[in-house]
Structure formats: C-alpha cells, structure tokens
Design a protein around this ligand. Structure first.
Ligand SMILES: *Cc1c(COP(=O)(O)O)cnc(C)c1O
Length: 456
C-alpha cells in the first residue's frame, strides 16, 4: 500500500480529518484506509483503481449492487419533483403515503401503520418509545423493560445500543438499566456438552419463563429479536426457537418485535425473516435493504394490534411527541418504492432463491477445512467460524486476529468480506451471478489456506 506514505494521498487525507467507527486504528495505520470512488454491479473501486467484489453488500444493504439504473433514476426524478419534506403536523409527501401503503401490503399484517426514521437504530429507539408511551397510556407506566438476546445487534444510539447484546457497549456504561439479555440461541457455541438441540431449546424457554417470573410480566415493555442475528455473527436460532418462545410471550401479553433490518426484503429467501421462520410478530423494524442502501432510511411497521393501541394512546395523550426532521423523506420513499418493486417484481428475490443452494454448497465446502469449526447461515447470509481445534471447538488465540487476517488477505486479492469475532461473514448482493459467487468462494478459499498455513 505505497499510497499510505504519500503526504497528500487519499489515505493520508482520510486519516487526517475523518474519524472511523468500528475500526481498529492501529491496523489502518499499518494497512491504510480504502477510499472508494464508485461501483459496478457487486464490485467497488478505490482511488487507486483497484476493484473489489463486495461480499458484504456494503453493510448488508446494497442488495441491488452499486449502479442500479432504476434506483438512480427514481432518486433523480424525485429530486427534480420534490427534493425534501418532513412528516410532522399532519403534512406528509405523496411518496411517503404510497410507501406506507406498499409496506403494509407486503408485510405479514392484514392492516397496519408505518413510522419513518433515518436509520435502523432510530427505528428501534422509536419502537421502544412507542411501547413506553402506549403502556403508560394504558395505565402501566412501569412496563418499561426490554428483553433482547446476547449477541443481538439493534444499533448504536443509547437505547438501541442498550438492546444490543455485545460487551463493547460497556465502554459507554451501557446497557441502561432495564435492558435484559437472554442467552444467545446458538446451539453450536452455547449448547452444553451432551445437551441435545431440543434440551438446549427447553433450557432457553425455561430461562425466558424464569426471567418473566422474576422481573414481573407487568414490568416488561416488549421483546425484540432479529430472526437471524446478523452483526452478532450470523446466527440462525436453534431449531424450533420462535415456535417455542412466542407462546410464552403471548401468554404474558408481551409484544414481539422482529428486527428485520437485515432480514427484511429477501435476505433469507422470503420477503421477511419472520416468514422464513413461520411467525407473525406485532411489529417489524426495517432499514438497510429498504432502500437498497441508496438512501438512509428506517421504518417501524406496526401490525393491527399495536397500530390500534398507539392510535388510542395518541388520542389520550394528544400527540406522539416524536419524529425526525427527515422522517419520510420523499426521495428515500421514492427509492424504497423502486427498490421493493425490484425485489418483488424485478427478479431480485427470485435470484436470491436461485443462489441459495450454490451459496450453501460453497460454505459447506469451505467448512471442510480443518480450521473451520462450523458454517451457518440462512438464505444469502452466512458465516464460517475459524477454530484452532475442530473437535473441541477451541478458538484461535485472540492475539492472532485470525479473522482479521483472513479478511485482509481477501482484500489483497480483491474481495471485501468482514471479520466478526472469530468468524468471516458473507452477505452478497442479490444481483450476484453464479460466476461472481464462485469468484467469492475461490478468493476466500485461497485466503483461508494462506492464513491457516501461517497460524496453524
Ligand atoms: C444495522 C442494524 C441496525 C442498525 O441500523 P443503523 O441503520 O446502522 O442504525 C439495527 N438492527 C439490525 C438487525 C441491524 O443489522
């Protein structure tokens, strides 16, 4: 990376005035930043003209690749027509009205209402405030606790970071009180020795029942879950998970919110992750693929029960005192309408379904490696977990930074993929061809061989 040494290089400029989140600063000192200029299909290009296949769809969101003409045109046309508006005081853009209709229509709900935000984190925060507001108006001001799971990822704002079940948030003194985390439903890692998958599930259900009994059902505002945990390491739940825990939550009238920020709009092979797992939640949190990453936008999609109850709460309290200046931005809404159409009618969902067997075969092939402990995934989201010893599931020493080395080696060979803990995450754009998917696995396979030869 000779570019890093030149004083006015893009790399030097990027480091001078840009502050990087979720980035190991010593490693960008050593390896340099990657400054990107444009994309073509699933590829992106940096300032030095290098091309990378982006196996993570940007951050799970660029499902249509980086140069979709229909999405770009939808944005351009809407900018020319009406380039910005809010959704306060009963004013709203026509695009937002149309998008709400479409979102309810494609949702698993018979009726519903939509509230817009600029991100997934804000959508989760909004949902928590909605629950607090609703319970208070119904005479339960103490129903404030939020249940999520260890390794859940719900965002970075103070509330959504409190919902996130990752140890790194302790540097902020989070989670805030009242955010409760259940065991991660990952059988391979969390199952005890000799414990069957069914016994593991029974333990998780008992844990939930005990938590509700100890805390008091009337102190709990809601339960949030990603159908497949994404940024926690691509973790599909143990077999039968949602079927087993939903009745417990229903018995205690605890609202169930599906955080579909990653799984929404086709990632798991169905429109919604909850559809793939056969359940209907009380509300859906959407973002990321909602606009195919072409605009920052999130949405809370309320099912019929929560829509009615929030409407009543608002009647009692006068208004829901919440909203973002750019909520329901007409350009974002126009892009989302075009993107949903592309997924449902433009062949993207079909291509996901077509690619899934090839994706699973590729993951399973790489999992034969001596130092891959497990492959896991659902639809077009997958992970390979590196281990020092396969039979005992002993991880590599963390100082070795094995997954970072694998991802860096991939980068050297023109493939962008993401290290997460000791695993490598793949989350390809929905537009991939067979040849591009083969390129992805071939490059990753070569990187695994190279790095494992060094550390084993
Ligand atoms: C990315 C993500 C979020 C947060 O969305 P941002 O737009 O980054 O704020 C929330 N939930 C899940 C499941 C996510 O993957």
């Amino acid at each position: 990376m000779s570019d890093t040494t030149r004083p006015n290089s893009w790399d030097a400029r990027a480091k001078q005035n840009s502050f990087f989140g979720f980035t190991d600063l010593p490693s960008i000192e050593a390896r340099g930043t990657t400054v990107l200029t444009h994309g073509e299909g699933p590829y992106v290009f940096d300032t030095q003209g290098r091309r990378y296949l982006d196996a993570n769809s940007g951050l799970w969101n660029m499902i249509a690749g980086f140069d979709d003409p229909g999405l770009i045109k939808a944005a351009q046309d809407q900018y020319a027509r009406f380039p910005g508006y809010h959704a306060f005081f009963g004013r709203i853009s026509d695009q937002a009205v149309m998008l709400s209709e479409t979102l309810v229509e494609v949702s698993p709900f018979e009726s519903g209402k939509v509230f817009y935000t600029n991100s997934g984190s804000e959508a989760n925060d909004t949902m928590v405030k909605m629950l607090w507001f609703m319970h208070a108006s119904e005479g339960r001001p103490n129903a404030r606790k939020i249940i999520t799971r260890v390794n859940a990822y719900h965002g970075v704002t103070a509330v959504s970071a409190s919902m996130t079940g990752k140890p790194y948030n302790s540097v902020f003194g989070l989670p805030m009180p009242g955010f409760l985390h259940l065991t991660c439903p990952h059988y391979w890692r969390e199952g005890q020795s000799g414990e069957s998958e069914a016994d593991f599930l029974a333990r998780l259900v008992a844990e939930l029942e005990e938590l509700i009994a100890n805390e008091g059902a009337d102190t709990i505002a809601g339960f949030f879950a990603e159908p497949v945990q994404g940024a926690g390491g691509v973790i599909p739940p143990v077999e039968g998970y949602f079927d087993a825990i939903l009745p417990v939550l229903r018995t205690h009238n605890i609202p169930i919110i599906a955080d579909e920020v990653i799984t929404g709009f086709g990632r798991t092979g169905s429109v919604w992750g909850c559809e793939s797992y056969g359940f209907v939640p009380d509300a859906i949190i959407s973002s990321k693929a909602l606009t195919a990453g072409y605009f920052p936008m999130g949405a809370v999609i309320l099912g019929p029960d929560l829509s009615d109850r929030l409407q009543r709460a608002t009647d009692i309290i006068e208004e829901f005192p919440h909203g973002f200046t750019a909520s329901g931005h007409p350009v974002g809404c126009a892009i989302a309408l075009a993107s949903i159409d592309l997924v449902l009618n433009g062949g993207l969902l079909e291509n996901v379904q077509r690619l899934i067997p090839r994706f699973e075969t590729g993951l399973a092939r790489l999992a034969q490696h001596d130092h891959i402990g497990e492959w896991r995934g659902r639809g077009l989201m997958g992970a390979l977990e590196a281990v020092r010893d396969k039979s005992s599931k002993t991880p590599f020493e963390s100082e070795l930074s094995v997954s970072e080395r694998i991802a860096n080696t991939c980068g050297d060979h023109g493939l962008l993929c993401r290290p997460l803990g000791q695993s490598i995450v793949l989350c390809p754009p929905f537009i991939m061809t067979d040849a591009q998917m083969d390129e992805m696995f071939d490059k990753l396979s070569a990187a695994l061989d190279q790095v494992f030869a060094d550390v084993a």
